[in-house]
Structure formats: C-alpha cells, structure tokens
Ligand binder design. Structure first.
Ligand SMILES: N[C@@H](CCC(=O)N[C@@H](CS)C(=O)NCC(=O)O)C(=O)O
Length: 213
C-alpha cells in the first residue's frame, strides 16, 4: 500500500493510526501541504479532492479517511476497529463524524487560508475562529463520552475503534493551537490512554518521515 500523507495532516494521522493498529506496512508518500503540493499536477493526477490522506492498495485508490479506515477494517479485520453490533457501529461512526464533519472542515488549511487571504481576517481572528470550533466541537464529544455507558478505556469499550483514530489527531491539533481542553476531561482521559499504545505513538506527526519538512 501507499499512503499519501503530510505529517501535520490530522486526517492522514487518522489513517496512519489505523494502519499501525493493524500492523500493515505501507510506503509513505509526502504531499507537502504548506507548499501546496496537494494542488500540484502530480497529486492532482491521483486525487479528485486535492486532499490527504489518499491510500493506494494495489489498483484501488481510496480517499476520505473514514472510508479508508472502514475499508481497511473490512479487508484486514484484525484487530477490529468497528464494533460487532449495529448500534455500536452507529455510535462509533457518530462520534467519528462529530470530529470529521463538525470540527475538522471548519479548521482545514484551505478554510483558514480563505479567512485570511480572501476575507482579510487577522492572525488573531483566524486563531480565535480555530479555537472556537474546536472547543465547541469537543464539548459535544465530551457530553457523549461522559454520559454514555458504552464509553470505556477508549471511546467505545476497552479496545481502540475508529473513533479513537479520529479523536487523537484532533487533540494534537487542539494542543498545537492552544485550545482550551480543561472542559473535556473524559476526552483527555481517553486521549492519554491512546497515547500509551505503540500504534498511536508510531503514527504521530513527529514520527513521520516528513516530520518538520
Ligand atoms: N474529510 C477528509 C478531509 C481531508 C482533508 O481535509 N485533509 C487536509 C489535511 S488534514 C488537507 O489535505 N488539506 C489541504 C488543504 O486544505 O488545502 C478526510 O477525512 O479525509
């Protein structure tokens, strides 16, 4: 497999965690987002979205991190990243979408660039926007994790699922932008549990071949 990724890309980080949890080897292909390689001809030729991650598995090209993780889970089922029961799977997808659909798109690089370059937002205004959507979004995740009995050591039960693959990169982003996190203690407890596992450590930005590129 080949993973098109950027070390700081939280959506790529999600897939790197899933690959590491499943001990799947892959070739790392850097798409340097700050240098706009995502819109350059080489990547545009393979990616309709011009976004990372993108996974190639043989002849297949996969995009969208949640779709990639579910694909990996179906084709390489051990260890499972989705619960065996429909309600459990719905909960894991719901938690994952709270991050992938409600938080991340608002703070994506191209959105931040649009705020600054097209709408004239200052650096302070951009950072306030970023923090606002992360803090509000994580509060939603916290409510579910703290109130629902299915929460365990991890987001759903006592083994990592797709929801943890999404939660951890979002916390890395939140910490990088100095977001408040004292209002989400359950989120942080689960984050810390995840970061004790070798797969999460191996997938983190500082462990990527293009770290600090
Ligand atoms: N919903 C997509 C999001 C992918 C995405 O937005 N990736 C970011 C990096 S985390 C990206 O490539 N951004 C490039 C840009 O904003 O120009 C997924 O889950 O894979």
């Amino acid at each position: 497999m080949e993973l098109y990724s950027y070390f700081r890309s939280s959506a790529s980080f999600r897939v790197r965690i899933a690959l590491a949890l499943k001990s799947l080897p892959y070739d790392y292909r850097t798409v340097h987002l700050v240098r706009n390689e995502q819109t350059g001809p080489a990547f545009a030729a393979v990616s309709p979205q011009r976004l990372v991650p993108l996974l190639k598995d043989g002849e297949a090209t996969l995009t969208q991190s949640m779709a990639i993780i579910e694909y990996l889970d179906e084709v390489y089922p051990e260890p499972p990243l989705m619960p065996a029961d429909p309600l459990g799977r719905a909960r894991v997808r719901s938690l994952s979408q709270d991050i992938a659909c409600e938080i991340h798109p608002l703070d994506n690089l191209r959105v931040l660039r649009y705020l600054v370059k097209e709408l004239g937002a200052s650096e302070d205004a951009k950072n306030a926007w970023y923090r606002h959507w992360v803090e509000v979004g994580l509060e939603v995740v916290e409510r579910q994790l703290s109130e629902q009995p299915a929460t365990g050591t991890f987001c759903h039960g006592d083994t990592p699922t797709m929801a943890d693959c999404l939660l951890v990169p979002q916390i890395f982003n939140a910490q990088r932008f100095d977001c408040r996190l004292d209002h989400v203690p359950t989120v942080m407890r689960i984050f810390e549990n995840c970061m004790r596992l070798p797969a999460f450590l191996a997938a983190q930005p500082s462990a990527c071949p293009d770290a600090d590129a």
